[in-house]
Each structure stands twice: as C-alpha cells, then as structure tokens.
Design a protein around this ligand. Structure first.
Ligand SMILES: [Zn+2]
Length: 208
C-alpha cells in the first residue's frame, strides 16, 4: 500500500474506482488489528532532502503520535514512536520500523512511501492480529517538513505522507474520499493528510 504523487494517470484510474464504489473508507482485507498500541522506530538517519534539524525524524515522530492523527480519534493511544536505528531492518520480524530509505526497492517512480502490511495471524476466534508492518520511503522524491525554515516548493510533506502510511500499519486501506488522509494521492506542498478527517476517524473507530 503506497502513497503516490498526484498525476493524470493515477487520477484517471481512481475516477473509475470511485464510480463503482461508495465514497467511504476501506479496511485492509482480511480485517485485522493490533492487540495494543503499535510502537514505531523512526529512522534516525532522516531523509537527506528534509533540511530541518534531523532530516524529518522529529517531525515524523510528532506527526504520527499527534492527537490530530490516529491517537486523537477517540480510540485511545494507537501509536507510540521514537527516533532510532533501523540497522536491524527485516520484514516480518515483529519490529515495526519507518525507514527513510527503501532497502526493499519497493517504492519507485511516483511512489512517495509504502507500507508492508502482509504480516498477521489468526487469534483463533475468527479475528486477525497484526504482527508486523514496516514503512519504506522513496529517496528520489523531494520531501519537506513543517519544521523546515524555507517553506515548500515542489516538495511533499513528510508528516502527511507518514500519517497516511501509519494508517496502513493500523489496518486501513485506501479511501476514495478526496482529502481524507487515506486517499491514495497527495499534491506537492499539501500537508492536509497530517490531520485525519471524518472518514479516517470513522475507519479507525470501526477497527478499534
Ligand atoms: Zn497508501
């Protein structure tokens, strides 16, 4: 599941989808949840295109744990995070990491970031437990953070991108509601997805 830059091609594909489905959030299939708050290690190397004090690390930690994001949806603390090393990066190991690079070579072209969501197990009662999820970032796209002093020009806000990706970590798929955090595309210099919208809130309240 990935967040892409807006492009004509992507827009046309999405229009076809919207016509054939209701406008609302979508959960990952099969439906699945974490047992407790997910802890995310945010790559302390940062992203080289983000010229705040630490390459976006603190900006991302603050954004994904903010009450404007998933922790403010009325379902308790869903996400904790801290900057740290991703040297032990491995998919499926139960250690949730946000990598500012892409060791899996999974996120190319217009992809801004992507989340590996394929790790879950049955609880034995008909429900599914998420056991791991990891986020990678395309280093070829210029990113910025709201903590950068020089404003935004042709860049993509890392806060909005990563609140979207953490939505995937928590069990959400893409919404077809334009402007929702879980909408699959974002324009340059639009940090709107950093704050979840009513559709996103309904999704997380459905799951948790
Ligand atoms: Zn996505």
């Amino acid at each position: 599941m990935m967040k892409r830059k807006s492009s004509l091609l992507v827009f046309l594909v999405l229009t076809a989808l919207v016509v054939s489905s209701a406008s609302a959030y979508v959960l990952l299939s099969p439906r699945r949840t974490w047992d407790s708050a997910v802890n995310i290690t945010v790559d302390s190397r940062g992203n080289s295109t983000i010229t705040d004090s630490d390459g976006g690390g603190t900006a991302v930690v603050n954004a994904i744990t903010s009450n404007s994001a998933w922790n403010g949806a009325g379902t308790g603390t869903r996400v904790t995070a801290q900057r740290g090393s991703v040297a032990g990066w491995r998919l499926g190991d139960g250690v949730v990491m946000l990598n500012f690079r892409d060791p899996e070579h999974a996120c190319n072209g217009s992809c801004l970031a992507a989340t590996f969501t394929g790790y879950y197990t049955s609880r034995g009662d008909g429900t599914m437990r998420i056991t791991d999820a990891d986020i990678v970032t395309n280093t070829r796209n210029p990113l910025t953070s709201a903590r950068e002093a020089d404003g935004c020009s042709g860049e993509y806000y890392v806060e909005g991108i990563m609140v979207h990706e953490v939505g995937h970590v928590l069990g959400l798929a893409h919404s077809n509601v334009s402007g929702a955090t879980m909408y699959p595309t974002v324009s340059a210099c639009n940090n709107g997805p950093a704050a979840i919208k009513a559709d996103d809130k309904a999704a997380i309240q459905d799951l948790y």
